[in-house]
Design a protein around this ligand. Structure first.
Ligand SMILES: Cc1cc2nc3c(=O)[nH]c(=O)nc-3n(C[C@H](O)[C@H](O)[C@H](O)COP(=O)(O)OP(=O)(O)OC[C@H]3O[C@@H](n4cnc5c(N)ncnc54)[C@H](O)[C@@H]3O)c2cc1C
Length: 410
């Protein structure tokens, strides 16, 4: 009998436990300092966006600013199809939204939690221990584990404490390198510009360009050099939505603040200046008696049209036929190149943490440490982070499965 401790009962740890315990002599102990799988509850706004309908594993891996190549071997064995099959088998039916995001048909993350809990509760060789793991030491062939209450010995350990847990520290003490942790997938603050009058206003599938030079020529930087696409939202503190989450993820390791803001140019209409200006002029000519702000409101939500006139200090009631060429061009310029200065992120509200246990020190085929035998990792504790759309949970299901199967076979 092999005694295995899984530190962290989030989606990754629970998935790992299910497979590590299945048809094996293993005795699996899940340690959690809180309630198991509670981190699943707020996902997808309570609906649990558990995967994304990308079925080619290399295409799927493109959605990870960190970990793309590492995920190839993991996703080649367990990716979207296997995830959906797994959930179907445990009684969670799913559906795919138009944008590719996959949810349980009940739209309830609680139901996903219950189905997963049923799996661990029915396996007699899984035990839950509600203690905070403070220290792990390897002494000869055994791991000594200290919690806030007890000491234990185990043959094998899995660290699955998530992005914001203490697993990175535990791994560091066992000799692992930790890639600096940074919040990613967060909304951005625009302190110097006041968009509160636009709070709640959203725009579908717009594009943005970020004006930044970086010394680091990594994947995040490469993504920033191309236009970023997605839905957009003004909030009471700044800007949000999938396009902003992407930008925050690509900029996770860049320093920006009030004195050195991130300059993001949004194109609200997905047309270049010339195209938009021609169409705008045509509408202005067709309805010369209309107020010009109302003509602009044919292309944009009315409040945003008003804001653009306000920012440019142009009278919105100017009749369309009387709008000067210069003012019209200024408006067309603003609509296609609206500069927003982001001065920071909303700290503590990030969806995922970039950084974590260095991928170079983990075997992608098993998720076992290359430095410490019988030590495994899965989930967000590793230096893997995905974009929004179900990719972060996918990393947990896939990584949890691979670590679990490796433990089953050893
Ligand atoms: C608001 C929100 C919405 C999200 N929505 C989505 C979504 O819809 N789709 C998606 O793909 N991703 C989403 N994510 C991201 C996703 O939830 C995480 O990537 C995922 O939960 C990570 O899983 P994990 O198992 O690695 O770690 P976690 O879920 O963080 O679980 C780690 C567990 O370890 C425990 N723990 C930590 N340290 C210790 C310790 N020392 N001792 C004992 N226990 C410990 C914690 O209590 C916790 O239960 C969302 C995140 C947030 C914050």
């Amino acid at each position: 009998m092999t005694k295995i401790a899984i530190i962290g009962g989030g989606p990754a740890g629970v998935m790992c436990a299910i497979f590590a315990a299945k048809n094996s002599e293993n005795k699996v102990f899940i340690f959690d300092k809180n309630i198991i799988l509670n981190t699943l509850l707020p996902t997808g706004g309570g609906r649990c966006n558990l995967a994304n309908a990308i079925f080619d594993y290399k295409e799927l891996a493109k959605n990870y600013p960190a970990g793309e190549k590492f995920l190839y071997s993991i996703f080649s064995k367990f990716a979207t199809k296997e995830t959906l099959d797994f959930f179907e088998q445990i009684g969670v039916k799913t559906y795919t939204q138009d944008d590719g995001r996959i949810f349980p048909t009940t739209n309830s993350s609680k139901d996903v939690k219950i189905a997963l809990l049923e799996q661990i509760n029915k396996q007699k060789n899984i035990k839950k221990i509600f203690e905070n793991v403070l220290e792990i030491k390897k002494i000869d062939n055994l791991f000594e584990l200290k919690t806030n209450k007890n000491s234990y010995q185990f043959d094998k350990i899995v660290i699955s404490t998530g992005g914001r847990g203490t697993g990175q520290k535990l791994a560091k003490n066992l000799g692992h390198n930790i890639i600096e942790l940074k919040p990613a997938l967060s909304s951005l603050i625009t302190k110097e510009q006041n968009f509160s009058s636009l709070s709640g206003l959203s725009l579908k599938k717009i594009t943005a360009k970020v004006d930044i030079e970086s010394k680091e020529k990594n994947k995040r930087y490469e993504c920033l050099k191309k236009p970023v696409k997605g839905d957009f939202l003004f909030t009471h503190k700044g800007i949000s939505g999938p396009i902003v989450y992407k930008i925050s993820s690509y900029c996770a390791y860049l320093n920006f603040d009030k004195n050195n803001p991130l300059k993001i140019s949004f194109n609200f209409v997905n047309k270049n200046f010339e195209q938009f200006d021609t169409e705008f002029l045509s509408e202005l000519k067709t309805y010369p008696q209309k107020e010009s702000v109302n003509i602009l409101a044919e292309f944009l939500p009315k409040n945003l049209a008003i804001k653009i006139f306000e920012v440019l200090d142009i009278n919105p009631t100017t009749k369309a036929g009387q709008l000067t060429k210069l003012d019209r061009q200024k408006i067309s310029q603003k609509v296609t190149d609206f500069m927003i200065l982001a001065t920071g992120i909303n700290k503590g509200e990030e969806i995922v943490t970039a950084g974590g246990v260095d991928l170079k020190e983990i075997n992608p085929k098993t998720l076992e440490s290359k430095l410490v035998s019988n030590l495994y990792f899965c989930g967000e504790v590793i230096d893997i982070d995905g974009l929004t759309g179900g990719f972060n949970l996918q990393n947990c299901w896939s990584g949890g499965y691979i670590a679990g199967i490796s433990l089953q076979n050893n």
